[in-house]
Design a protein around this ligand. Structure first.
Ligand code: ADP
Ligand code: NG1
Ligand code: MG
Length: 463
């Protein structure tokens, strides 16, 4: 196998219980030893929510919870999958031609895996044959909780396939492939999850920027602990149209803003709405700053939900062309769109990211954690009120954090899943005890649902 060590690190398998249990289970399942292992972490996003798919930068960090794969490479052109968790059924298919996903509703677990395999087979040089693989999946990222278990699984599948085929590519290339191939599952994510999965480094949260993908370390204050708390509500993003609905509301807002500004300013360079995909595209085309975009969205877009008829009329197009250019198969049925509210959240959240980074890069003082916490709380209010992607249980968690944390917000896509709170070190134990007693009560295995985090490293291959 050719080395990809100058890209994703290839290191010795740690001698811990989890690695040993995974190796043992692989032996049981396939009567042979694995050739290599792959680890890809989940992530928590500190700030910059629902803006990656609008082209704006985000601030996530990798978790210790991860997807660990044990892999053997085979010459039989078959993919055989087993899961450590027996609630996930065995799966097998022939390579290279398989269907990733058809139909609606929640996808099957192995379909996320197939996304990653397809992402790599699609870039395999034509003279290379697809290799078979036997794989055991052992994941402990809480699922459907906004901590990116799906992208850890997709990215692990892609990394295993790349390594099995001896493909050598940069972390950024792998992250971009994974961001695109996870879309086969049906959601139109922006690439944050796959980016941090590959670009994370131990000890640092990252500022991730897109087009082109790049990352920088964020210097978080030493006296700030990030505590994650699960709301006990799960939402599988691909099972409903909620997530894609927000993506296309932002797209339509960007397309309408392009047309309105064009008319208003008799612009030197015309902006053709059909070429606009993201709110950042229209900002770049107009060379305006975020504050100017906020003012314009406030004055030009009305609060009342836009109907499809109104949008087609403003864009001088037809329902059919709108579906083709702007919508996704699972959002074609939607008839009203809250464009002003969504655009305002995005521009204001992008501004909060800038302020968060400014506070982190200035010399840290006593006030730094409070500034960061304040921005996180504002972010939550905006996600709750303008973006409408919170849930009563998440709002309750955020409310309950007030006596202990300097700020808290939902993290990930929302509609359930986790909140992240910035807590001073001396309050961490008290906060967790308070939530155990008053939020979790009799719930079992609270350690998996409520934990403090430190930034961990990104994807690696273990040999
Ligand atoms: P999130 O990425 O926020 O955790 P998603 O709804 O995007 O939530 O993806 C969750 C889905 O990913 C699960 O329903 C399951 O199909 C798949 N998944 C994640 N981790 C695993 C795992 N360890 N084993 C099997 N499937 C997994
Ligand atoms: P989660 O909640 O981890 O599935 C999703 C998107 C991200 C980002 C966040 C919201 C995917 C794979 N992930 O994350 O790209 O848009 O929501 O900030 O679609
Ligand atoms: Mg996901």
């Amino acid at each position: 196998m050719a080395s990809i060590s100058e890209q994703v690190p290839i290191v010795a398998l740690p001698k811990d219980d989890r690695a040993e249990a995974t190796a043992r289970e692989f032996l049981d399942a396939f009567q042979k030893k694995p050739d290599f292992f792959v680890r890809v972490p989940g992530r928590v996003n500190l700030i910059g929510e629902h803006i990656d798919y609008c082209g704006y930068s985000v601030c996530p960090m990798a978790l210790k919870q991860d997807v660990l794969l044990a892999v053997s490479v085979e010459n039989d052109k078959k993919l055989q999958l087993r899961n450590f968790d027996k609630k996930f059924s065995d799966f097998q298919c022939d390579l290279p031609n398989f269907e990733v996903r058809s139909g609606e509703g929640a996808p099957q677990w192995y379909q996320y895996f197939l996304c990653g395999v397809k992402g790599i087979l699609d870039v395999l040089p034509v003279d290379r044959t697809a290799k078979g693989m036997k794989i055991l999946v052992n994941g402990n990222v809480p699922q459907s909780a906004g901590l990116s278990s799906s992208s850890a699984l997709v990215s692990a599948a892609a990394l295993a396939s790349a390594y099995a085929h001896g493909l050598s590519m940069s972390k950024e290339k792998l992250a971009n492939i994974c961001a695109e191939c996870e879309k086969y599952i049906g959601t139109q994510g922006g690439g944050m999850d796959q980016a941090i999965a590959f670009l994370a480094t131990e000890g640092c949260a990252k500022h991730i920027q897109f087009s082109p993908l790049r990352s920088e370390d964020i210097a978080l204050p030493a006296d700030a602990v990030f505590v994650i708390a699960h709301s006990l509500v799960n939402l599988n993003k691909a099972a409903t149209a909620d997530f894609n609905c927000r993506v296309i509301e932002c797209r339509l807002a960007a397309q309408l803003i392009a047309v309105f500004l064009h008319q208003l300013m008799a612009m030197k360079r015309g902006v053709e709405w059909r070429t606009i995909r993201k709110l950042s595209d229209v900002q770049a085309a107009l060379s305006l700053d975020l504050k100017a975009m906020i003012s314009f969205a406030e004055s030009a877009l009305h609060e009342r939900p836009y109907t499809k008829e109104e949008i087609t009329s403003e864009l001088a197009t037809t329902v059919d062309e709108l579906a083709l250019v702007s919508l996704t198969p699972n959002t074609e049925h939607i008839v009203t769109f809250k464009l002003r509210q969504r655009a305002l959240h995005v521009f204001q959240e992008a501004l909060r990211v800038e302020e968060f980074l400014r506070a982190c890069s200035a010399p840290h003082g006593e006030a730094t954690p409070s500034i960061l916490g304040g921005l996180m709380s504002e972010s939550h209010r905006s996600l709750r009120d303008l973006y409408e992607c919170s849930a009563p249980e998440l709002d309750r968690l955020v409310e309950m954090s007030k006596g202990y944390a300097l700020g808290a917000r939902l993290t990930g896509a929302g509609w359930g899943g986790c909140a992240v709170a910035l807590v001073p070190p001396h309050n961490v134990d008290g906060y967790m005890e308070f939530l155990k007693k008053n939020f979790y009560g009799e719930v079992e295995d609270v350690e998996a649902l409520l934990f403090s985090t430190a930034p961990r490293g990104g994807a690696c291959v273990y040999v």
